[in-house]
Write a protein of this length. Structure first.
Length: 163
């Protein structure tokens, strides 16, 4: 990451499927003059996108290499199982993972909502770890825009200071 490379016109923030950064984008537009560009990134590609400087920051799912990246945990998503609407699982409000067949897909709730169709239903699954979502950026990068986006994500007002 050479310091001499020109700064892109837009501040690029990646986001993985299921993460909805619209609220933060709206606040950025209200406060900042530099344009914010939201860049879709697959979970398997989230660290690569940061390493390659395709994005300055990324809303990630799961863990990242903490020796290389800062990570602010934002929230944890409930795991759900996705089944046909006539499946016996739909009789439950939630179900333990031990009661499921191996071929049933379990995913974070936000991903299930992305795949929502009339013929599918989802139910929360217990006995499975929740899926963490966080904001990551390289440890060797820091600038006012990174700090501004951190403030927005953390809910700081335009008048608040970090101190």
């Amino acid at each position: 990451m050479p310091q001499s490379s020109p700064r892109p016109d837009a501040f690029r923030v990646g986001f993985v499927p299921g993460v909805m950064p619209g609220k933060w984008e709206r606040i950025w537009r209200e406060r900042m003059t530099r344009r914010l560009q939201l860049v879709p990134v697959e979970v398997a590609d989230q660290e690569v996108a940061l390493h390659a400087s395709r994005v300055e920051m990324c809303l990630v799912r799961g863990e990242v290499d903490r020796d290389v990246f800062h990570l602010i945990p934002l929230y944890r998503e409930v795991p759900v199982v996705v089944v046909p609407v006539d499946h016996p699982v739909t009789a439950y409000d939630e179900i333990d993972v031990s009661e499921l067949d191996d071929d049933l897909p379990i995913m974070p709730l936000s991903l299930a909502r992305l795949r929502q169709r009339k013929d599918l239903a989802f139910r929360p699954v217990t006995g499975v770890a929740e899926s963490p979502v966080g904001l990551a950026w390289p440890r060797d990068r820091d600038d006012p825009d990174i700090q501004a986006f951190i403030g927005i994500v953390r809910g700081r007002t335009a008048r608040s200071s970090r101190g």
